[in-house]
Every structure is written in C-alpha cells, then in structure tokens.
Design a protein around this ligand. Sequence first.
Ligand code: COA
Length: 214
Amino acid sequence: MRYVVNRMTLSDLPRVLEIEKLAYPTSQWPESAYQRELRENRWAHYLVVRDTLVRDQPAPSGGDALLARRAFPFSMFHSAKPATSDPELASIVGYAGLWLMYDEGHVTTIATHPSVRRRGLGELLLVHLIDIAMEIGARWVTLEVRVTNASAQALYHKYGFQIVSTRPHYYSDNNEDAYIMWTDEITQPKYQAFFADLKTKLYDRLSRDEMVMS
Ligand SMILES: CC(C)(COP(=O)(O)OP(=O)(O)OC[C@H]1O[C@@H](n2cnc3c(N)ncnc32)[C@H](O)[C@@H]1OP(=O)(O)O)[C@@H](O)C(=O)NCCC(=O)NCCS
C-alpha cells in the first residue's frame, strides 16, 4: 500500500512539528511534550503515516514528488514540501496519538498535512488508534474536540463517536468549548462489525486511489 503507518520515533519529531504548526496554528505542543510522551509515557501510543511515494522516489528536493503530481492551481496551495531532504522524514504526512487510561483509550491528537486532506489518511490514523485501543484492552475510546471543528467531528461521527458532554472554555488560546465524544463499547460484536466494515471500505478506497495514481 502507498501509505504506511509506523510508530512515531524521536527522529520523526522535526516533521511532526512542521505538520503540527499547519494543523494547529493557534496552539501547538512543544517538542519537549512529544519527547516526554515518547520517552516516558508508557501508556502513550504515537503513530505517523508515511507516503511511500515520497520516500521511495524522492524528487531532487525531497517532498516535491507530491507537488509534481498535483495539477495547477492545486499545486499552489499548502506546499507539502518539507524543510528536510531526508526522504524518511519528508514522507511523513500525518500523525496521531492515544493514551490508555484504565479501560479508556483517549485520543490525544490527530492531524494530517493540509496538502493531503480528504484522501482517507486521517481515517487511516484513527483506524490504527482504535485497533491499538482494542489490542491493549480499552473498552471505550474518547476524545475532546473544539465545538467549531466540524471536519474532525465528522471523522469521529463516522467511527461511532457521539457527543456526550461539553467542557466549557477548554481551549486556552481562544476559550473555546470542547465536546467530549465517546464510542460505544469497542469490545462488543456490534461495534467490531461496524468498525470492520468501515475499515474494509477505507482500505478499498486507498488501494483504488493508489491504482489511479500509478
Ligand atoms: C481532522 C483531520 C485529521 C481529518 O483528516 P483528513 O485526512 O482530511 O480526513 P479523511 O480524508 O481521512 O476524512 C475521513 C472522514 O472525515 C470526515 N471529514 C474529514 N474532513 C472533512 C471535511 N473537511 N468536511 C466534512 N467531513 C470531513 C468525513 O466523514 C471523511 O469521510 P469521507 O471521506 O467518507 O467523507 C484533518 O482535517 C486535520 O488534520 N485537521 C487539523 C487538526 C485537527 O483539527 N485535528 C483534530 C483535533 S480534535
């Protein structure tokens, strides 16, 4: 498959932070927070998604391979060109994280580079997080999301998350409220069948898109 999901490592952080600035322009986690998560938090699971097209066929200036495939005027928007020429780093196009707290999986972050949105990659990351949650024995998955963040909410709704409550003024940059969303019990056959169906459709979509691109 063109897109692969790997565990995040410390050496991925320069590119993760680059994407973080674009994905969360008003409030980013500092590098030290990610370092702590990766080094010290045994309950944390962080992932990156890589575009192997960028990694395996790097253009002379790294991520330009992506841009070369995007017709004008789309090539004008949100350059995917990373600051690095290291193809391994340049190929990272998104990331996500989850903590296990008791029997709850808590999604801490999920982001894709603006140049690759609406291709199913946010969904691919969420699927991997839910898979991890299932593997490590979580019974539910939960998260907070800005009340104005309709695109993220749509992604979560698609995977069965429902708004259960609101946390007023949760975001300190603009005092915005957060919705708290929860899945149904992910250990139940009903959720597992629902999840398996979405996953099959996603992988079909990603491999179809891959065939169109090649
Ligand atoms: C939220 C985010 C990760 C989605 O990533 P993405 O790669 O564009 O998402 P996908 O292409 O996998 O979309 C999957 C589903 O999410 C929903 N969705 C995503 N973007 C959407 C949009 N702009 N409008 C409506 N629905 C959207 C749709 O249900 C979509 O399914 P579909 O393709 O069958 O319609 C991305 O927009 C992002 O990085 N945002 C900035 C960071 C952020 O807000 N993170 C969430 C913090 S809680």
